[in-house]
Design a binder for this molecule. Structure first.
Ligand code: C2E
Ligand code: CA
Ligand code: CA
Length: 756
């Protein structure tokens, strides 16, 4: 049987494994989801930055282009025409609100408000080192506006050959307000830097970092790999765009840097805290995890519900499988399980297995009704438990058969327990006003007497042997198992294994015991008795195997074989035209109750063509006692078919004299025990005499069996007995010997004085 616990553990293990695998897979999955989400966010950021840079660059180029157009326009006139220059500067800058100026190479010139300026030495120096013919200047604080100014410039050549530079300045903050990018709710911003990392433009938003003037200030050397910083620096110098992650001391930041090659190699750099980039991804991952968790919880819930249903279902099944439906106590399956465990743990403690049967429960059921029967069966477990103590196990095997495994100290306790059971049953029946005497039979096997490994099965086998034994005998209500009983069983098993073959090998020998007429001392016939000449083991007498054959029903075949053998003997004698006398054969109870008994007898008789009156069938007293009506019917049919019938062993059992009158048999065989009485026992003599008279009156031939002494012979003669069969006149002899006796015509038997 599969253990329920083990199955559940396996299932739990599978779920746990599933959970681990699921966790592993979802962790991996989440990781890759997170990565791709991060990449996606960064890509978006980069794209925004590229767009922002592109706009800025375009704006710059457009401004520069306009400045060039002005330069061209200015170049069409004289450098000395101050009015012209001033007005053009004014017009050009009228709607931008920033400053512009025209500065000649010598450091003099005009600004848009018409004032003539002379450059400071510092400004002059800047003029001398302008990067090319046109371009931009890194923002500086403008002297006139007092503001950080982003300046673009282009060269001008006047028609008179004089050279100068046209400058246009923009307030950085105002300018960049138009282009600045912000990310993730103003947690990230874009900056414009020169390729050396110096911040050219920064957003005005208070959230942006205003404390650094060079990008590399926030890429602290401590937290970041110097090699990566170096390579980043190189990328900027080489005009490469890309993405980098650096720690600014407060956490990781994503740097998207986009080069503007046409704007002096400057960069737009978007800097966003990585946590912000991750936030979105994390939210998505959290959602996914939540869904996963929901899914798994569902799975777990389903498993738990399944396990619970399964568990309670199993409990129900267990309850059904382990309890006896009528009494509600454990059945034998459970008894064996629990009992074996108990015996394994017994140690020095002694246990007794009791196999308990109600002797005539079937009749009780028939007489008192099934409700009464059931009420007794239901009450019995409680009766069993009452005296057995809390450590005992009890169960119902089948019908009225119970078992109990009881701890004990000495056997006296067990005897008292058995006695208490009988008393308790009596009391129960009385309390229910059930007027019936129900007897218990208990076979007991004690662990101390057990000859094999101690298990419920082994003990119960032996308790049953002990039970079987007392059921065969009558007397005590309980019986302890002894080794000899087991020997008997083993012997029976051996005989059982050989019986079939014995029949075909003709190991069953025919013995005949002569019967003599008392009056004439002439031979009256013989009784056919079986002997088993078992291969190599000598002769077995019927007592050693007939009871077994009655239990296993092999007796039916043996009896028919014996009847056929009797017929064969008669046929031989008839054919040889020898003297023939009637032979009797025994009919066992089992055979009597077979449905084709009469037909089989008739068929065998006809097969050998035996004349009427030569075959006699002996029915044991039990049959007559049990079912007179059926016996009479059978006897009638057999008599009509030419058989004689007799009652065997009369007086050995419980049959009463007055039953005789109901019987139509030809002969009555009185059991030997009947007249083995003391010489002076006049009462006994009277009874036998009376019986013989009665039988005679009923026209039955009387046969005295087991007659051993001449005194008995004399008494029987005087009492009017017809026939004697006993050692006193002749023992059972092989059929050939009997044939000789018959042939010799020596009718008077040799009187044997003492047989014992
Ligand atoms: P039973 O039918 O009562 O047979 C008579 C038994 O008494 C025989 O025992 C016989 O040997 C024995 N006996 C005869 N005279 C005396 C005597 O003076 N003193 C004593 N003590 N015993 C005497 P056996 O042959 O051992 O048979 C025993 C029983 O076995 C028979 O009792 C009969 O019931 C049964 N049996 C024998 N052969 C067969 C058979 O073929 N079929 C059936 N069904 N039963 C048989
Ligand atoms: Ca007999
Ligand atoms: Ca007999």
């Amino acid at each position: 049987m599969r253990k329920p616990g083990r199955q559940r553990v396996t299932l739990a293990a599978v779920v746990a494994l599933l959970f681990v695998v699921l966790c592993g897979v979802s962790f991996n999955f989440m990781n890759s989801v997170q990565n791709s989400l991060w990449e996606n966010s960064v890509k978006n950021m980069l794209e925004s930055t590229v767009r922002g840079a592109d706009q800025l660059e375009r704006g710059y180029l457009k401004e520069l282009e306009m400045l060039r157009m002005l330069a061209e326009d200015l170049g069409g006139g004289e450098s000395s025409n101050a009015d012209r220059i001033r007005s053009k500067l004014e017009i050009f800058l009228s709607n931008t609100g920033n400053f512009s100026s025209l500065i000649f190479e010598d450091g003099t010139g005009y600004v848009d408000n018409g004032l003539a300026v002379v450059l400071t030495p510092e400004e002059l120096k800047r003029l001398r080192t302008l990067p090319g013919e046109s371009g931009l200047l890194f923002p500086y604080r403008n002297r006139g506006t007092e503001r950080r100014t982003f300046t673009i410039f282009t060269s001008v050549r006047f028609s008179d050959g004089r050279r100068g530079y046209l400058f246009k300045g923009y307030n950085v903050e105002t300018l960049y307000a138009e282009y600045a990018l912000s990310f993730y709710n103003n947690t990230g911003f874009s900056y414009v830097i020169a390729s050396d990392g110096n911040i050219a433009m920064r957003p005005v938003h208070p959230g942006s970092n205003k404390t650094f003037s060079n990008l590399f200030e926030i890429i602290g050397e401590g937290k970041n790999d110097p090699a990566i910083i170096a390579s980043f620096r190189k990328s900027l110098q080489n005009g490469r765009s890309g993405v980098a992650v650096f720690d600014d001391g407060k956490g990781e930041n994503v740097f998207c840097y986009v080069a503007m090659p046409r704007m002096g190699g400057w960069y737009v750099v978007s800097i966003v805290p990585n946590a912000e980039v991750m936030r979105e991804a994390n939210a998505i991952v959290r959602q996914a995890l939540f869904i996963c968790f929901l899914g798994f919880s569902g799975l777990l819930a389903a498993f738990l519900v399944y396990a619970r249903i399964n568990g309670s279902h199993r409990k129900e099944i267990d309850a059904l499988a382990y309890t006896d439906s009528l009494t509600g106590i454990r059945n034998f399956v459970k008894f064996r399980q629990d009992g074996d465990a108990m015996l394994r743990a017994a140690g020095a403690r002694k246990y007794a297995m009791l196999s308990i049967d109600m002797l005539n429960f079937k009749i009780f059921n028939d007489v008192m009704g099934y409700t009464a029967g059931d009420s007794l069966l239901k009450a019995f477990p409680e009766i069993l438990d009452r005296g057995a103590g809390k450590d005992a196990l009890t169960a119902r095997m089948v019908a009225d058969h119970f078992v109990a495994l009881v701890p004990y100290r000495d056997k006296m306790e067990l005897r008292e327990y058995c006695a208490s059971l009988t008393l308790a049953v009596e009391a129960f029946l009385k309390s229910r006003r059930l007027d019936y005497h129900l007897e218990l039979r208990v076979g007991i096997c004690c662990t101390e007497d057990n000859d094999s490994t101690t298990s419920v099965n082994a003990l119960l086998d032996r308790a049953n042997i002990a039970l079987q034994k007392i059921k065969q005998q009558s007397g005590e209500a309980w019986n302890f198992y002894e080794h000899s009983m087991r020997d008997r069983i083993l012997k029976d098993q051996k005989l059982e294994a050989r019986m079939e073959k014995a029949l075909t090998d003709e190991e069953f020998l025919i013995f005949v015991q002569p019967k003599y007429w008392l009056a004439s001392r002439g031979l009256a016939g013989g009784e056919i008795l079986v002997r088993w000449k078992i291969g190599g083991e000598g002769m077995l007498s019927p007592g050693e195997f007939i009871p077994l054959f009655e239990r296993n029903r092999f007796i039916v075949r043996l009896d028919r074989y014996m009847l056929a053998s009797a017929c064969r003997l008669l046929r031989q004698w008839l054919d040889a035209e020898k003297r023939v006398l009637p032979l009797s054969v025994n009919v066992s109870r089992v055979q009597f109750y077979t449905s084709d008994f009469v037909d089989a007898c008739i068929r065998i008789k006809e097969e050998y063509d035996i004349p009427d009156g030569l075959l006699e069938l002996e029915f044991t007293e039990n049959i007559f006692f049990e079912n007179v009506a059926r016996l009479n019917l059978t006897v009638d049919r057999l008599k009509r078919a030419g058989f004689h019938c007799s009652i065997d062993d009369f007086g050995a059992g419980y049959s009463s004299l007055n039953m005789l009158k109901d019987l139509s048999v030809d002969a009555l065989k009185l059991d030997g025990g009947f007249f083995r009485f003391a010489k002076d026992d006049e009462r006994a003599r009277t009874v036998v005499r009376h019986m013989l008279n009665l039988a005679g009156d009923l026209r039955m031939v009387t046969v005295a069996e087991g007659v051993e002494t001449l005194e008995q012979v004399e008494f029987l003669e005087s009492a009017g007995c017809d026939i004697v069969q006993g050692y006193v006149f002749g023992r059972p002899m092989p059929a050939a010997e009997f044939a000789e006796l018959l042939e010799s015509g020596e009718d008077s038997p040799d009187i044997v004085q003492s047989v014992l």
